[in-house]
Design a protein around this ligand. Sequence first.
Ligand code: ADP
Ligand code: ZN
Ligand code: MG
Length: 478
Amino acid sequence: MTLETVIGIEVHAELNTKSKIFCGCSTAFGGETNTRVCPICSGQPGSLPKLNEAVVERAVKLGLVLGCDINKNSKFDRKNYFYPDLPKAYQISQLYFPICTDGKLEIDIDGKKKNIGIREIHIEEDAGKLIHSSGEGGTYIDYNRAGVPLLEIVTNPDFRNAQEVVAFIERLRETMLYLDICDCKMQEGSLRADINLSLRQPGGEFGTRTETKNLNSLKAIAHAIEYENKRQAEIIKNNGKVVQQTRRWDEDKNTSFPMRSKENAQDYRYFAEPDLQPLEISSEWLNEIKKNIPELANEKRERYIRQYGISSYMAEVICTSKNLAKLFEDLAQKSGEPVEAANLITGELMRLINETGAQADTFAIDENKLAFLISLVVSGKINRSVYKDIVAEVFANNIDPEKYIAEKGLLAVSDDSVIIAAVNQVLSNNADAVADFTAGKEKAFGFLMGQTMKNLGGKGDPASVKRILLKILKERTA
Ligand code: ADP
Ligand code: ZN
Ligand code: MG
């Protein structure tokens, strides 16, 4: 009998507050090591933490959107352990009374919806970063990251495969980006996940799990799940016992190895953080935060379909990024042609973004120029192929479309007399194709159409060319 995979995950999200969680140091990523450090975040004796309100606000925002209970009274605890990246030798976290509990997030797997339970979201602080120098040997420590605020989002063991986990992280990422609480750059470590995995007889009791820590790409997550699944299945097949442990994933070697046997809460000697007050959230504050929650991706998707009449596929593509969604609304409004705008973004622009390695989240383009081009193509003043070329020029070189069209003479030829002349010339040069058309061969029409467009230097307005070509052919064969 095949065993069933059971997965629960713990996601760490670095919040995008300007300053750290308990001091005024900047949270900016990178930069010179140990330059964003003060007595508080470097753990100097006698320094006292002061909670950053913006952290609480972001936690509550996410909790509300994920349908959690927001606990009006939560508390901070000390999680004690010694490691050089943790200057105080304890991390301030929330063990007993987390700020948000009992929520859910819906994922969509090939059109099938599934709810993943969120057990809790709690607030904590990040540790510094160890830099293992391969050149000179030795290990260096950068405390710039120490005290950067984190949310830890803990799910129930509701996943059954890697596809569901990846879908969950993508949806969570989208949610946090729309809420503007985390930049979600997995490659910079602002979003990372621990994977708890066990196997069981389908529907039976949970098996012993392992935890694979700190996965910071979707690829690593999928690979680590696949690897751990196989590893445990092999152990069980050989009548062995899976040992509960924490493992480290090595993406380069596509393998994981044990870091330590699984620790318990007791091992951390948790106790209530004496330097911070219990955290109270008033109803007024909660309402204030509720009011400031922006429109989220799923709401936008539905509205776009309803209000602008675009397809659900297009709405899906556009809403993968707040930046694209904003561009779409600007273009729809400025051009008055929402479907055309959606086509442009999901077709030509996505192609250009992918081709050039640009980021949908951050790329910029002049929406006035695009709206102008949309109005030209819709009114037949430029044809589709010219339109595509100019969009690419705006994307790559930010050219001025009006000037560009004038300089290169790209306005569509819709002057009937010019088109009639071209058609007559093409028909006399292609007597065979005309005969084929008369004999009922549909293909011949496409060929003649192509020849006429070529004759017009690619600038013929296709609708006019088609109309005139048909008319003249009919007259000739009547
Ligand atoms: P710990 O106290 O070790 O952090 P938790 O009970 O907090 O353990 O669970 C951590 C994560 O492990 C959660 O995401 C949970 O869903 C998941 N989990 C718990 N038991 C199992 C299991 N048997 N198999 C897979 N995942 C599990
Ligand atoms: Zn500091
Ligand atoms: Mg835990």
